[in-house]
Write a protein that binds this ligand. Structure first.
Ligand SMILES: CC(=O)SCCNC(=O)CCNC(=O)[C@H](O)C(C)(C)COP(=O)(O)OP(=O)(O)OC[C@H]1O[C@@H](n2cnc3c(N)ncnc32)[C@H](O)[C@@H]1OP(=O)(O)O
Ligand SMILES: O=C([O-])CC(=O)C(=O)O
Length: 374
């Protein structure tokens, strides 16, 4: 099919096939393996979604229980990895901590005949929260936390428990669980495409995920949730926000958490995360942050025709879950690791080296001057 329009940044270019999700396909909205994101966010746990992505089917109750137990058994970190985490600076960006943790684990538990891609995917999904919060507490208080948290069987529950050191409410676990579902998979976004490019060279699983983390970190992609929070915190009333955003738009500054490469009429995940954020704000008795966020949303739509993407109200939801802003993007890593893993498996199942070509815009051929002649 001919591809039209401005294709810089590969916009609108079909770069391969996937059976994992539909993003912005007319009449299809966002689905993971055919299931609507609304149904999954409402009715499925993150673990069910990970199973769906990695194994291709929704688990039965018995399969799900077995899978949750498997993930639980993979939460502990090797001693050598704890040492690595302890050696990282307390000032490190926590996304870099996960990137380094992933790469380091790849040297300790490399991919090979006795450790296949599914095993590594499960290991990383189970141990990313452990790595992050082990590093966090060690550098905050010198405490070497136990990461297994047996009494907290899901990733959402374990994450909130390890962060706070006390059992989270069921509303909080459910909200984080749904947020993880919403962040799990999104077709050929920049970080997923990075993973696919890396494994297309027949490189290993850890290298692909490490690269994916690097791509997700940027503020135009997964890092936008932290940018959105820092923006929201600058204002104390909706009126102040309106004036501030107007000024930013006049200066042609980007508003983090708005716009999307594919969804030009709204991100289908945004209303779902917005409704969770609203519930959490109400529970916290908030009368400030949520109204500020809504005013910014109204303004961006009327002034620029821009809609919030997943990151904008994720920031609000995470804030009311008591998650520090610098842990927002690491949470995205924890969830998206499932989508990356599924794409790595899919790429490998029908691999061809990904290697596009460029339009050359450099100088015409010219004589080469020797060093002394320059
Ligand atoms: C989970 C995710 O990764 S979702 C994305 C998270 N990223 C963000 O929220 C960062 C802010 N948003 C953006 O930078 C962009 O909307 C992107 C990177 C997401 C998409 O970029 P593109 O598809 O290249 O959009 P593009 O740059 O063509 O935008 C079209 C116009 O809208 C403007 N625009 C797009 N997003 C924004 C924004 N957030 N704030 C202000 N203006 C914006 C652009 O400046 C451009 O204006 P112009 O035509 O006057 O130059
Ligand atoms: O698809 C994209 O370009 C970015 C995005 O929303 C995601 O990765 O969830």
């Amino acid at each position: 099919m001919p591809q039209q329009g401005n294709t810089s940044g590969l916009a609108g270019i079909t770069a391969g096939e996937t059976a994992l999700s539909t993003v912005g396909k007319e009449g299809l909205d966002l689905t993971y393996r055919g299931y609507s994101i609304r149904d999954l966010a409402e009715g499925a746990s993150f673990e069910e979604v990970v199973y769906l992505l990695l194994y291709g089917i929704l688990p039965s109750r018995t399969e799900l229980d077995r899978y949750k137990n498997l993930l639980l058994s993979l939460r502990d970190l090797p001693a050598a990895l704890k040492t690595v985490l302890e050696q990282l600076p307390p000032t490190a960006n926590p996304v870099d901590v996960l990137r380094t943790g992933c790469s380091a684990l790849g040297t300790m538990e490399p991919e090979g005949e006795d450790r296949d891609a599914h095993a590594i995917a499960n290991r990383l999904i189970a141990s990313f929260p452990s790595m992050l919060l082990y590093w966090f507490h060690f550098h905050r208080s010198g405490k070497r936390i136990e990461t297994r948290a047996e009494a907290h069987p899901t990733v959402a529950d374990q994450f909130l428990f390890l962060l706070r050191g006390e059992a989270p409410s069921s509303l909080h676990v459910r909200a984080l669980d749904a947020a993880l579902v919403l962040h799990a998979e999104h077709e050929f976004n920049a970080s997923t495409f990075t993973c696919r490019v890396i494994v297309s060279t027949l490189s290993d699983f850890y290298s692909a995920i490490t690269g994916g983390i690097g791509a997700l970190r940027g503020p135009l992609h997964g890092g936008a949730d932290e940018g959105a929070m820092r923006l929201l915190e600058r204002f104390s009333t909706p009126e102040e926000a309106e004036a501030g955003i107007r000024g930013m738009l006049e200066k042609k500054e980007k508003i983090m958490g708005f716009g999307h490469r594919v969804y030009k009429k709204g991100d289908p995940r945004a209303p779902i995360i917005k409704s969770l954020a609203k519930q959490l704000a109400a529970e916290a008795g908030d009368r400030t942050l949520f109204p500020i966020a809504e005013r910014i949303e109204e303004m961006l739509l009327s002034e620029k025709g821009l809609y919030p993407n997943l990151d904008f109200y994720s920031a609000v939801a995470y804030h009311f879950l008591g998650i520090p802003t610098f842990l927002f993007t690491p949470l995205f890593v924890i969830s998206r690791a499932s989508g990356w893993a599924a794409h790595i498996l899919e790429q490998r199942a029908n691999n061809r080296l990904i290697r596009p070509i460029a339009t050359y815009i450099g100088p015409a051929p010219r004589p080469f001057p020797k060093l002394d002649e320059r």
